[in-house]
Design a protein around this ligand. Structure first.
Ligand SMILES: Cc1ncc(COP(=O)(O)O)c(C=O)c1O
Length: 370
């Protein structure tokens, strides 16, 4: 053995030559998240998973054997999910976060060069996974104030013969919700599989769940990562026509949801009142926060139906504002200013009332309150 490190391997050139160029051209999905007193950068719940449910989950996890594989698709859990989301158990897939179900859905639909039409900007994983899977990603700019331009999305999907259309509502990172009737139109006027990513729908905007009975080209994604504070456990679901769900399941790994997460999801579904309370609190905090934010000079605040808000810094570079919030006030927000359409933009998750008060005070001082 010549040594313990990869020095002398020419930066991995031989191995890299075997990686698909379309993958190497993509930026990785990573996040540098420095520790901060107020963490408002990932649209998580500001509250931990409910402590009383933690106790139930821990007791259950102590009781069950760990040497056994988890159930593939626990029938009782699927039944409860079906009740909550108003769909059939055999049309529901559970995933290791909804991210896994985005991947599985794209994996079973995309062949080489197949087009995926999506709004721009939107959740970055869609572009990355499309490239990894050999598809072709076609971004369609959002309109004024990042509102959905449904006509343009449909025109593009038809022109490109899109195999998949992604509708993320409320859209991350802009907060824009689809206008009523948009999903119906996209289904009617295109031949694409339509992925409605509703990771933030608990907090506002219309849902496409009611359309599942009308089209087998619709896949709706939901997650337990936001409202109920279970991002660390990784649980999401996809809802689709049962025949389509069976095919998407082939794109997932077996045993993808571990026993701890299954126990937690079950506990949440048995205590759904907590979910509603948490959503109500976040929405109330958001509605108190937004008018105060709009009064701060030097920033534009975009409309949002989600548990976050996008702002554009007019009077100072976003990178300076980001650093000052972190260094001087211990507030970590998300710097999303990289793509041109988001120049000088920051995304701020809705935290507790104390968090949003702190943001108002900090931005008021940074921009010089009127
Ligand atoms: C639009 C969108 N979809 C899906 C996800 C992933 O959620 P999960 O934690 O369920 O994988 C996120 C997470 O930020 C998101 O913003």
């Amino acid at each position: 053995m010549s040594g313990v490190g990869p020095e002398g391997l020419d930066g991995g050139a031989e191995g890299l030559a075997l990686i698909k160029p379309s993958v190497r051209a993509q930026a990785a999905y990573t996040l540098a998240a420095p520790a901060a007193r107020r963490k408002l950068n990932q649209n998580e719940s500001p509250l931990d998973f409910p402590p009383e449910l933690k106790e139930i989950v821990l007791a259950e996890v102590r009781r069950i054997p760990w040497q056994r594989y988890p159930e593939f698709a626990p029938p009782a859990l699927l039944t409860r999910l079906a009740e909550r989301y108003g769909w059939q158990p055999d049309g529901i897939l559970v995933g290791n976060g909804s991210n896994e179900l985005i991947q599985a859905t794209l994996a079973v639909t995309l062949g080489s060069g197949d087009r995926v039409v999506a709004p721009a900007p939107t959740f970055a994983l869609y572009r990355l996974l499309t490239a990894v899977l050999g598809g072709c990603y076609v971004p369609v700019p959002l309109g004024t104030d990042f509102a959905y331009d449904v006509d343009r999305l449909i025109e593009t999907a038809v022109r490109e013969r899109a195999r998949v259309v992604v509708l993320n509502s409320p859209n991350n990172p802009t907060g824009s919700a689809l206008p009523p009737g948009a999903v119906e139109r996209v289904l009617r006027e295109t031949g694409a599989l339509v992925i409605c990513d509703e990771a933030y729908q608990d907090f506002g905007g219309p849902s496409a769940l009611g359309l599942l009975a009308e089209s087998s080209r619709l896949v709706v994604l939901r997650t337990f990562s936001k409202a109920i504070g279970a991002a660390g456990l990784r649980f999401g679901l996809a809802l689709a026509h049962p025949a389509v769900a069976r095919e998407i399941a082939k794109g997932k790994l077996p045993y993808n949801v571990n026993v701890v997460t299954l126990a937690a999801a079950t506990a949440v579904l048995e205590h759904q009142e907590l979910w509603a309370t948490r959503v109500r609190d976040i929405v109330a905090t958001r509605e108190r926060f937004l008018p105060r934010l709009r009064q701060i000079p030097g920033i534009t605040v975009y409309p949002t139906a989600a548990n976050f808000v996008l702002i554009r810094c007019q009077a100072m570079p976003a990178k300076t504002v980001f650093r000052r919030l972190l260094d001087e006030y211990g507030i970590l927000v998300r710097d999303v200013s990289n793509p041109a359409e988001l120049a000088e933009c920051l995304r701020i998750s809705i935290g507790t009332d104390e968090d949003t008060d702190a943001v108002i005070d900090a931005l008021g001082t940074i921009f010089g309150r009127v």
